[in-house]
Ligand binder design. Structure first.
Ligand code: BES
Ligand code: MN
Ligand code: ZN
Length: 498
């Protein structure tokens, strides 16, 4: 969908959306339309359950006295309560409603009622952003859907006083949306399309935005001693890859902020194979990598003034005659050895080498990894928050703040020696699972921490948030793009030296 900004001039025909405040108080444009239609809009509100609450919508078709085909009354509730996330939600509601009308274009009149919480330009931009995020679809594999069954809306014009300022505020939001959409696309693609080499190629496409991209194949990783990552991929016919993305938007000598993603393009479980039911969902197991890749796109797209590294470990976890066995011992790049108790606890093996490589090569100021790491985090937190584990209160706080601001929440979980002991092992330096299933997300995080030296680090377990079976306000079903907005904000608020 295209978004355009224009001066606040009512179009003569087509569809127009206007603000109505709490208790059916019309905004300025709604008021004048009501007058022009001899009270048709007021009567429509009275005749319905529309109350002007935020998110209420009422469609008035072909109101007499106007050439407009449709007036959408958009409830905004109390103007003073309309914050950034509320405005995005409003845009999302609008896009959903407009999508169902069959119209290809529509105009939203953004008025300034008394007491708005946000500057009007920001309000307009955030509504547009919410509409854009909601309009995303992943429908490329539908070849038979009829046009009338698809949302038709192609262009939303946001009409607002001072449209240049709104347009400017929207410009960087649109770049973030590009990143979110890239992540959603990559995560939703099936595993016969997205496998380590094809995903690495997608990373390469970011070079046109000024990101430096290096791809390491198996031979290079073997030289570096990445036995943990390579063991996971050894049963697959597809070659494992490690991709390094560098965005140098900050000062030349400034240590980078680093993001590391689990990119298991398909997780069968390996020899410790998963049950058949639901296994198709494991195409989403590259969600951590997907978020890191989309984040890099967003940051480069809006030319973030920070140095940022993205490292993604890309493997396919398959059972085969060459696959790793339970009981195998692998040596990680750090030199630490690992007994592989369960080949389905593969994400931590991939991250062990990706984290080590990243900190060894780049000496980053901090590292944040993202991974669809454990089913246990879904048991703990459902699909509402990602689990956050960190060795730094300060970093955890920054992420919590960015999460609240973007609606992509993180919930801190504990780390500690008592958990760490559970991955001690008779045979090797550690094993890749705990003694039993208890605290499964925590023992996984403890495992990762053994590959992090003395620098601030956070691990986000996004198994519950990387994909969704349920539609949410600005998030469709399928790949959610979770984390791109959060981490973009985290970088913007803390590392762009304003
Ligand atoms: N990719 C899975 C975790 C997962 C499960 C993500 C369900 C999304 C939905 C991970 O590789 C895995 O299989 N973890 C195991 C670990 C166990 C074997 C210690 C799990 O969570 O069961
Ligand atoms: Mn697994
Ligand atoms: Zn996995």
């Amino acid at each position: 969908m295209k978004i355009a900004f224009a001066a606040p001039k009512l179009p003569a025909n087509g569809t127009v959306a206007v603000f109505v405040l709490e208790d059916c108080v019309p905004g300025p444009t709604a008021q004048s339309l009501d007058t022009l239609t001899a009270g048709a809009l007021s009567r429509a509100m009275t005749a319905s359950r529309f109350k002007g609450k935020r998110g209420d919508v009422l469609e008035v078709l072909a109101p007499g006295g106007l050439d407009l085909g449709r007036v959408l009354l958009l409830g905004i509730g109390k103007p003073s309560a309309l914050d950034v996330l509320g405005a995005q939600g409003l845009g999302s509601t609008l896009a959903a409603k407009l999508g169902a009308t069959g119209e290809e274009g529509a105009t939203l009149m953004v008025d300034a009622p008394e007491g708005l919480a946000l500057p009007i330009a920001d309000l307009a931009a955030q509504i547009a952003y919410g509409a854009l995020l909601r309009s995303y679809r992943f429908d490329k594999y539908h070849t038979k859907k009829k046009d009338e069954d698809k949302p038709a809306l192609k262009k939303l014009t946001v009409a607002v006083e001072g449209e240049a300022a709104a347009k400017k505020a929207f410009a960087s939001l649109e770049k973030i949306a590009d990143g979110v959409f890239f992540t959603r696309d990559l995560v939703s693609e099936p595993a016969n399309v997205i496998y380590p080499e094809s995903l690495a190629k997608q990373c390469k496409s970011l070079e046109k935005l000024g990101i430096e991209v290096d791809v390491l194949g198996e031979a290079q990783m073997r030289k570096l001693g990445m036995g943990a990552l390579l063991g996971v991929g050894q049963g697959s016919a597809r070659e494992s890859q490690l991709v390094v993305m560098q965005w140098k938007g900050g000062k030349a000598k400034e240590a980078p902020v680093a993001f590391i993603g689990k990119g298991v393009t398909f997780d069968t479980g390996g020899i410790s194979i998963k049950p058949a039911a639901g296994m198709e969902e494991m195409k989403w197991d590259m969600g951590g990598a997907g978020t890191v890749i989309g984040l890099m796109k967003a940051l480069a797209g809006r030319k973030a003034r920070a140095n940022v590294i993205g490292v993604v470990g890309l493997v396919e976890n398959m059972p085969s005659g060459t696959a790793q066995r339970p009981g195998d011992v692998v040596t990680s790049m750090s030199g630490q050895t690992i007994e592989v108790i369960n080949t389905d606890a593969e994400g931590r093996l991939v991250l062990a080498d990706a984290l080590w490589y990243c900190q060894d090569r780049f000496k980053p100021r901090l590292m944040i990894d993202l991974a669809t790491l454990t089913g246990a985090i879904i048991i703990a937190l459902g699909h509402e928050y990602a689990g956050m584990f960190s060795n730094s209160d300060e970093l955890a706080e920054k992420l919590t703040v960015a999460g609240k601001a973007t609606g992509e929440g993180v919930w801190r979980m504990p780390l500690g020696d008592a958990y760490d002991k559970q991955i001690n092992c008779d045979v090797a330096d550690m094993q890749n699972t705990g003694q039993d299933r208890s605290g499964g997300s925590i023992t996984a995080a403890q495992f990762l921490q053994r590959f992090v030296n003395d620098l601030p680090w956070a691990h986000l377990d996004i198994a519950g948030t990387a994909w969704s079976k349920k539609e949410r306000p600005t998030v469709p079903r399928g790949g959610t793009g979770w984390g791109v907005r959060l981490l973009d904000r985290f970088v913007a608020d803390n590392y762009e030296g304003k």
